[in-house]
Write a protein that binds this ligand. Structure first.
Ligand code: GLU
Ligand code: ZN
Length: 298
């Protein structure tokens, strides 16, 4: 029905799916899992799964195994061992220490309320105040401000200059490492060279790119998939109680996810196993089919 994708595969492709275990997979996160999996596989690459449980205030007990179980049910089999962020705190600290030894970080005592009152962006208030960094939030001095990058799906992305230059948090006031920091350290350590994920993470990508540069590391390619939204501007998420896909008919849901990614499937595929459906999709998927929009209403 479709010609098999012919573009030359990327060499030594390493991609990943990085769910936060704050609840079961929903349709939006399944799309990210399927899209990143298929892109890795058409490039004969590795697809890793990383459980992003760094924000322990948001994790739900058992959600990690629930997510992994659902991935298996959809025939999304990962390569290498699953990584858990909470087991890598020493690693993250060693990166912070390296920034510390270069005097690139400083303590910040600003509250969210103060920053909001100043217009929403942190403007450098604590930069020269020499706060103790043993306790409280830590910011990184921005030396590699990035206000532009090219996304493989969404095209050229421009980020507001003031946002690009912001000294952002790498450790939160509650002592937890910030997502922005650990996601980059993990991508470096796991040698990820292409990130395929939902378009809700398009703006933070500029910060992440600046951090790869800060750590003298090659920047991965980025491909941001359209976000599944319930209404314009409202992504399906665990927070707004998007329906868990765990109990739905997997073939049907997988077919919807493939159609969402620009790969409508012949109806007879519904009679196959998810394993066979994924096998078929692996031969027909291409990033170039994915609609070049930031969100799709479902
Ligand atoms: N853990 C993040 C989330 O579930 C995704 C991070 C990423 O893919 O870079 O939203
Ligand atoms: Zn401050």
């Amino acid at each position: 029905m479709y010609p098999t994708a012919v573009s030359a595969p990327m060499r030594n492709y390493r991609g990943r799916f990085a769910p936060s275990p704050s609840g079961p997979l929903h349709f939006g996160s399944l799309v990210a899992a399927v899209g990143s999996f298929l892109d890795a596989k058409i490039n004969q690459g590795k697809w890793l799964v990383r459980i992003e449980d760094i924000d322990t205030t948001r994790i739900v007990k058992g959600a990690d195994s629930d997510i992994l179980h659902t991935l298996e049910r959809f025939a999304l089999h990962w390569d290498e061992e699953v990584v858990y962020q909470t087991q890598r705190l020493n690693l993250y600290q060693s990166y912070v220490d390296s920034l510390l030894s270069k005097q690139l970080v400083y303590g910040c005592r600003c509250t969210r309320k103060q920053i909001k009152a100043a217009g929403g962006l942190y403007l450098g208030h604590c930069k020269h105040l020499n706060h103790n960094i043993e306790h409280g939030a830590i910011r990184l001095m921005q030396c590699h401000a990035t206000n532009q990058f090219t996304d493989l799906i969404q095209g050229q992305i421009n980020i507001d200059d003031a946002l690009a230059k912001e000294d952002y948090l790498i450790k939160r006031s509650d002592g937890l490492f910030a997502y922005q920091l650990v996601v980059v350290i993990d991508d470096i350590e796991q040698q990820i060279n292409r990130v395929v994920r939902g378009a809700d993470l398009i703006n933070p990508t500029a910060r992440q790119i600046s951090l790869f540069k800060q750590f003298d590391n090659a920047v991965p390619q980025y491909a941001h998939l359209p976000l599944a939204v319930a209404e314009p501007g409202f992504k399906l998420s665990k927070q707004n109680h998007a329906q868990s896909i765990a109990n739905q008919h997997p073939q049907q849901t997988l077919m919807q996810a493939l159609a969402f990614l620009g790969l409508p499937t012949p109806p007879q595929l519904l009679d196959l196993t998810t394993e066979q459906m994924i096998g078929w999709a692996t031969e027909h998927f291409s990033l170039s089919r994915v609609p070049k929009v930031a969100e799709i209403q479902i």
